[in-house]
Design a protein around this ligand. Structure first.
Ligand SMILES: Cc1cc2nc3c(=O)[nH]c(=O)nc-3n(C[C@H](O)[C@H](O)[C@H](O)COP(=O)(O)O)c2cc1C
Length: 378
């Protein structure tokens, strides 16, 4: 029996739930066409803005790798070292809106069955900036975007009224979402930053503003390592560095924890999961927590820039998973979405050992000091 890979997410039908996130893989028409050709169900464009964007001199992104036998985490390439994370301080698209407009139209007409989400960003300091959000939103809708993703999450914008500074402010999250919703009819997603106390607060604010989905998340604020020989940061300009964003395998468990809290707080809302995904098993964790789609950046960058092999593996393993569970009556992602949402509970709700097994915290455990020689009473 043929499996059904398609999903309905925020009213949009996706041929499969795997998207390229807003980042270098989606920075150009040719990349996006190659991505669709390879099989991605949707893309979120590199974030489009109205203000001038000038990136730093030199590399905008690099990759940390770590060895099997050493604890070294370094951007220096070493044979046998495995990917640890990506680090970037790249700003949003440096191409203006009128560069994107004809490209959005051409992409959509070349692949009408794939989903094109436009990521947009403006400021938040004035009514004029709210109008800028609306201008961007209307234009992307008019030029064929199926939906919008509001970037409330870039951790290293040059302007203080933009990016993650919006995502850290509950009120701004609501106000900006609401004004974009007033301007367009297509679904509006909001992409949040993990750099807040509790993302549930900002997710709630976005939903109150009318968001159709919350996307979690962007990269984590972080610094490159200092090289012990040169005493310079592994990536710098004239010896200086600012915080950038960490992505890739290192952030998977932390992103899952944030997602679990939000899916639990808003079980009926739509979530798109991002963070450290390179295999179907990793995407599955997000689906089981309640996500209806997932997005990938770092792993795709390292696979011919748009992830052609990666998407083939994701689709193959998704099909195999659905086939394996046909006897459970599972027909599509919807059959198992969210079935582990309620398994994340407070620590106090986790069962303690029976008193006969329980040694009062003196059990020998790998990674901990050996237990003191105490008498254990049962
Ligand atoms: C070089 C680079 C540029 C990025 N640019 C954007 C951007 O313009 N807009 C955005 O919303 N996220 C941007 N991101 C964040 C990614 O879309 C994604 O949220 C993040 O990398 C986590 O996913 P991953 O673990 O699969 O890499 C960028 C990430 C990288 C590495």
């Amino acid at each position: 029996m043929a499996v059904d890979r398609s999903v309905m997410f925020t009213g949009i039908r996706f041929p499969n739930p795997f998207l390229l996130s807003s980042a270098p893989p989606t920075e150009s028409e040719s990349n996006i066409l190659r991505a669709f050709d390879a099989g991605w169900g949707g893309v979120v464009t590199k974030t489009i803005g109205l203000h001038p964007v000038v990136n730093v001199v030199g590399a905008k992104a690099k990759f940390f790798r770590t060895g099997v036998d050493d604890a070294l985490i370094s951007m220096k390439k070493r044979p046998g070292a495995a990917l640890h994370s990506s680090w970037n301080w790249e700003l949003i698209s440096d191409k203006p809106l009128d560069w994107w407009e004809p490209r959005l139209r051409r992409i959509k007409s070349a692949y009408p069955d794939r989903v094109l989400i436009a990521s947009i960003m403006a400021g938040s300091g004035s009514d004029k900036e709210l109008k800028n959000w609306q201008t961007l939103a209307r234009s992307c809708q008019a030029n064929g975007a199926d939906g919008l993703e509001l970037n409330f999450s870039c951790p290293h914008m040059d302007r203080k009224d933009m990016g993650s500074n919006i995502g850290k402010d509950e009120e701004l999250c609501s106000v900006v979402t609401e004004s974009v919703k007033e301007a367009v009819t297509i679904p509006v997603w909001t992409k949040l930053t993990p750099a807040t106390q509790d993302m549930v607060v900002e997710a709630g604010a976005c939903f109150r503003g009318g968001a159709d989905a919350v996307v979690s998340s962007n990269t984590f604020p972080s610094l490159p390592i200092i090289d012990p020989d040169t005493l310079e940061f592994e990536i710098h300009v004239d010896g200086f560095v600012s915080t950038g964003g960490l992505g890739g395998p290192a952030i998977l468990p932390i992103s899952l924890a944030n997602m679990a809290r939000m899916c639990h707080a808003f079980p009926d809302k739509a979530f798109s999961g991002i963070g450290g995904i390179s295999t179907f098993a990793q995407a599955l964790s997000y689906f089981l927590l309640g996500c209806g789609t997932v997005q990938v950046c770092t792993a795709a960058m390292l696979d011919q820039a748009v992830g052609p092999n990666l998407i083939k593996r994701l689709l193959h393993d998704f099909d195999a998973f659905l086939e394996q569970h046909q006897s459970d009556g599972w027909k599509s992602l919807e059959s198992f979405r969210g079935i582990r949402r309620n398994r994340v509970v407070a620590q106090s709700e986790i069962r303690r050992p029976d008193s006969s097994e329980y040694q009062g915290g003196y059990e020998p455990v790998e990674g901990y000091a050996p237990p003191d020689d105490v008498e254990v009473t049962s």
